[in-house]
Structure formats: structure tokens, C-alpha cells
Design a protein around this ligand. Structure first.
Ligand code: ATP
Ligand code: MEV
Ligand code: MG
Length: 397
């Protein structure tokens, strides 16, 4: 069986408020970014399944005969995809020689792929294909690279297997799926996130799937359609960290100090709700300096809470200190422990202030750029519609 080629992309995300607290049933507000992950799936007749993941230096190929014995026993019967198939995960660990359960960057990405590939195609004939993924997002830096990767895998494999239709018509450049298909994509992407994160809330894959700005609470996704245009500076401290480790660290802290940590989580919840209220006010009344003052205070308070949770880092303290000397307020975004932070720019913030702030942050060794938010979620592309530099990279493999 030869499957049709599929080209998809999904955006990264920034969490405005609610990271970590959202894992424990509190509200998070998150937005999509103008940085995307691209995936090109090519149907082949080689009898091999190959993955090229240049961002993480992973290039692997298997013969179909090696993969067939891994097909999950329950394949095709699994309508409910909220929990991982523990038996398949265990057999994939064995297959890749993971002995202690500790997955490195390459194993996490490989298992996420094999898990979805085998689950989606396992009830029929496994197809031979080559899948190449390249991302504009920094990997493992808090901007939802794992979710964008999982959403792309899920959309491309579901589409190639015919589980969901390809929305792209001959004359289209890009197309999106209907709500029901997006829900399917999101639920398989969540499985990928479970492999990579351990215990994800699902907020990152929801943003990768639907894009825009979302309110997320206990699996419930509410798109916020009326939001003001926010100017945000993104800074990558380049300090490596793992979301899985940080999420587990917060859980340990909650278990150890429940009476201290639960009020902190409640307070973060209230910060997210206050932020949502202010953002909504900003769309229906004239925007004032006071709106921005409140947004800035919420950022400062949340950053302190995240430090209490144990997910701060000296590099993030530096980010907050450097931006505050220019009157700007920052917090970490995503899992913390290094990675990226966001800085809110006020409408009146002069471009010279933005430039000097960015230079000061670059002098600290950080990457820094102004970003646009609220971009579309997962999309199917015609190869022609993709930026030339992205096509050139994906075509190398
Ligand atoms: N472009 C990519 N190609 C292959 N694997 C990727 C890619 N991007 C992310 N991954 C996988 O996701 C892992 C990083 O996930 P992690 O959740 O730790 O960081 P993040 O998603 O960037 O940050 P956060 O979850 O805080 O937003 C990598 O180790 C790798 O396994
Ligand atoms: C830290 C966390 O809250 C956000 C990571 O981007 C984890 C999650 O929600 O799955
Ligand atoms: Mg992640």
C-alpha cells in the first residue's frame, strides 16, 4: 500500500498565565506563535519507514518487517484515546533498547512517532513512508515544540491513513480540518505529549491544534475570539530544561507541602481569571494605561509564584531584572527552569526602548525577538504554499 504525500504545519505557543497550575486543574491562558513546525510525509514503496528529525539530529530507518511485530493487540478497537497503551509503550522501550525508562530527546520523539504510526495504521497494512520534520521553534525551550511536533505527527498520520480526510483541495494553498477532525488530531497529539511530558495538561497540543488564544481548564478548551492585540517580546535564555522533569518536580512539591502549594495554585488560577477579565475589558472599552498596569502586576505576581513552585532559574531572574530597568515586566513561559520568558510591551513603548532592551538581553547571551501571536492552528499545505527556506530544508532528506 502506498500512502499519499501529506504536508502539514502547527504553531508553537506561549503561556500567558497558568503553566504548571493547569496540570493540577487550574485555568491557563495560552496563545499560538508565528513560529511553526513543518512535517512532510512522503509515501514510498521501499518497504522502509524512515524519520528525519534534523532539529534533534535524529535520522532513523526501519524495515516494515521489524515494525510489524510491534502492532498493538488492541489496535482498531481503541476508540478511547485518553490513556496511553502501556503495553505498546513498554514494547517500544524494549525495541529501542530503553532500559531505565529515562527517555532522551531522540527516544522521546521516536517513541511518539512509532506509537502514533503503529496505532493509526495497525489495524490494516503498515505503509512504507518517509517523514521529515523541521521546526522554527527552539526545541525544549518552553514554546511548545513537543506539542507542535505531536500535532503534526497526529494530523499527517491520521490523514495518510484515511482516518480523517485531507482538507486541501487542488486549488488551495492551505486548508484546515473541521471541528470533529481537529478533536481527533488533538486527542492523538495528546498521546504524543503523554510520551514526551509524562503528565501533560493538554493545553499545549490544544493551542497547536486550534491556534489563536485559548482558555484551558481541566481539558475544556474555550477559544477567546475577542482579544486585544498584544505586543510581546520573547527571550530564550538558552538554558536547557525538560518539561517532564519540571512537571514532576512541581508535583513532588505539592505532595510534600500541600497546605503551602495549594493556595499558590489557587492564586495562579485567580491571576489567569483576572488577566482574562482585563483582556476582555480591553476589547470593549478604550484601552488605558491602567489596563496595562494590571497586566504587568499580574505578570510579576505569577513569576514570584512560579519561583515558589521551584521552576525559576537565575537566567530568568536576569531576564526579569534587565527588562525591569527599562520599565518592562517579564515572566517565564512554559515549564520554566530556563528556556523562554515573555515580556509585555506597552503600546507606547518606544521602538528605541525595545531595541536597547533586546540588545541588553542579547549581551546576556540570550536570543530575543518580538513575536506576533494568535496565528492559525494545524494546517495542511500544498508544497507550493510553504516558505522556500522551509521547503529547501525539508527537501534535503
Ligand atoms: N522539531 C522537533 N523534532 C523532533 N522532536 C522534537 C521537535 N521538537 C520537540 N521535539 C521533542 O520534544 C522534546 C521537547 O519537549 P519539551 O516538552 O521538553 O519542551 P517544549 O515542548 O519545547 O517546552 P514546553 O513543553 O515547556 O512548552 C524534545 O526532546 C523532542 O523529543
Ligand atoms: C508546564 C506546563 O503547564 C506547560 C508546558 O508548556 C505543562 C502542561 O501543561 O502540560
Ligand atoms: Mg512540551
Amino acid at each position: 500500500m502506498q500512502v499519499k504525500d501529506v504536508f502539514v504545519s502547527a504553531p508553537g505557543k506561549a503561556i500567558l498565565h497558568g503553566e504548571h497550575a493547569v496540570v493540577h486543574g487550574k485555568v491557563a491562558l495560552a496563545v499560538s506563535l508565528n513560529l511553526r513546525t513543518y512535517l512532510w510525509l512522503k509515501g514510498t514503496t521501499t518497504g522502509n519507514v524512515c524519520i528525519n528529525l534534523p532539529n534533534i539530529d535524529t535520522f532513523l530507518c526501519w524495515d516494515l518487517s521489524e515494525l510489524k511485530p510491534l502492532i498493538p493487540y488492541s489496535c482498531g478497537k481503541r476508540e478511547e484515546v485518553k490513556r496511553l497503551d502501556a503495553d505498546l509503550v513498554r514494547r517500544l522501550h524494549e525495541f529501542l533498547g530503553v532500559t531505565n525508562g529515562n527517555l532522551d530527546t531522540c527516544n522521546m520523539a521516536t517513541i511518539a512517532f512509532l506509537y502514533i504510526y503503529l496505532s493509526v495504521f495497525g489495524s490494516g497494512e503498515l505503509p512504507s513512508l518517509t517523514l521529515t520534520v523541521w521546526s522554527e521553534l527552539p526545541t525544549g525551550a518552553g514554546l511548545g515544540s513537543s506539542a507542535a511536533y505531536s500535532v503534526c505527527l497526529s494530523a499527517a498520520l491520521l490523514c495518510a491513513s484515511g482516518t480523517i480526510p485531507a482538507p486541501l483541495k487542488e486549488w488551495d494553498h492551505t486548508a484546515r480540518w473541521c471541528q470533529e477532525d481537529l478533536e481527533r488530531i488533538n486527542s492523538w497529539a495528546f498521546q504524543g505529549e503523554m510520551i514526551i511530558h509524562g503528565n501533560p495538561s493538554g493545553v499545549d497540543n490544544a493551542v497547536g491544534t486550534w491556534g489563536g488564544m485559548l482558555r484551558f481548564l481541566a481539558g475544556k478548551i474555550i477559544p477567546l475570539s475577542r482579544v486585544p492585540l498584544l505586543r510581546i517580546l520573547l527571550t530564550n535564555t538558552k538554558v536547557p530544561r525538560s518539561t517532564k522533569v519540571l512537571v514532576a518536580r512541581v508535583k513532588d512539591k505539592i505532595n510534600k507541602f500541600p497546605s503551602i502549594m495549594n493556595p499558590v495554585l489557587d492564586s495562579v488560577d485567580a491571576i489567569s481569571c483576572n488577566c482574562e477579565r482585563v483582556l476582555s475589558e480591553m476589547t470593549c472599552e478604550p484601552i488605558t494605561g491602567e489596563h496595562y498596569n494590571i497586566l504587568e502586576e499580574l505578570i510579576d505576581m505569577n513569576q514570584h509564584h512560579l519561583n515558589v513552585m521551584g521552576v525559576g532559574h537565575p537566567s530568568l531572574d536576569t531576564l526579569c531584572r534587565v527588562t525591569l530597568t527599562k520599565g518592562l515586566h517579564s515572566k517565564l513561559t512554559g515549564a520554566g527552569g530556563g528556556g523562554c520568558g515573555i515580556t509585555l510591551l506597552r503600546p507606547e513603548t518606544d521602538s528605541s526602548v525595545v531595541q536597547t532592551t533586546m540588545q541588553d538581553l542579547k549581551d546576556c547571551g540570550f536570543d530575543c525577538w518580538e513575536t506576533s501571536i494568535g496565528t492559525p492552528g494545524v494546517q495542511q499545505h500544498s508544497a507550493l504554499s510553504v516558505k522556500e527556506e522551509v521547503l529547501e530544508i525539508l527537501n534535503r532528506y
